[in-house]
Design a protein. Structure first.
Length: 176
C-alpha cells in the first residue's frame, strides 16, 4: 500500500512562515567529527546534528582498506540522495505516482593528486548523475517532463556542485 503524504500543506505553512519572518529561512547544516580511534589513520567517523554517525575510510587507491565508503563516495551519495528525495517530493506535490526510481552517480578521480604525485588534480574532475524514473501514466500530458525539470531545478546538492559555493577552511594546531 502506498503511503500518501500531503507535502503541499506542510510546505505552504513553511512558505507563509518564511514570508512572515525571512530570517527563519536560514538553516545552518552542521556535520562534525564523531568519536573514533585516533590511532587508526585509515578510518574516521562524522555525524550530522542528529542521532547518526557515518563511518568513512581511505580509498584503496591511496592505501586504504576499502572497507568503508570514502569521502568521495559520501559526496556522490549526497548527490544521489538529494536527487532522489527531491524527485520523490516533487512527484508527491504533483500527485504523480512513481513506480520505479534509480539514481546512479559516478565521479572521475585520479588518486595521484592525493598522493602528492607531480601536478595531478586533487579532487573529482567530473561527476555524472543519471536519474531513471518510471511513473504511472495519468494521461495528463507533459507532467512527467515537468517532474524531471523540477527535480533537477530544486536539487540542492546538484545545484551547489554545478554553481560552486565559497568554502572557508581554517586549520588550527595545538600541542599537548
Amino acid at each position: 500500500m502506498a503511503k500518501t503524504t500531503n507535502l503541499r500543506d506542510t510546505q505552504n505553512a513553511l512558505r507563509e512562515e518564511y514570508t512572515r519572518d525571512p530570517g527563519s529561512a536560514t538553516v545552518v547544516l552542521t556535520v562534525h567529527s564523531a568519536e573514533s580511534d585516533l590511532d587508526d589513520p585509515l578510518h574516521c567517523a562524522v555525524a550530522p546534528a542528529r542521532e547518526v554517525v557515518w563511518r568513512s575510510g581511505a580509498h584503496a587507491a591511496v592505501g586504504g582498506v576499502g572497507d568503508a565508503p570514502c569521502s568521495g563516495d559520501v559526496l556522490l551519495g549526497a548527490l544521489a540522495a538529494c536527487q532522489e528525495i527531491t524527485l520523490r517530493m516533487v512527484a508527491a506535490n504533483m500527485g504523480i505516482r512513481i513506480t520505479s526510481l534509480t539514481v546512479t552517480v559516478e565521479g572521475d578521480w585520479d588518486p595521484r593528486g592525493t598522493l602528492a604525485m607531480r601536478d595531478f588534480p586533487i579532487g573529482l574532475t567530473r561527476i555524472r548523475c543519471k536519474t531513471e524514473v518510471t511513473v504511472e501514466d495519468d494521461g495528463k500530458g507533459d507532467r512527467s517532463e515537468r517532474l524531471l525539470r523540477s527535480a533537477e531545478k530544486y536539487c540542492v546538492v546538484l545545484n551547489t556542485l554545478r554553481e560552486g559555493v565559497p568554502v572557508d577552511a581554517t586549520f588550527e594546531l595545538r600541542t599537548s
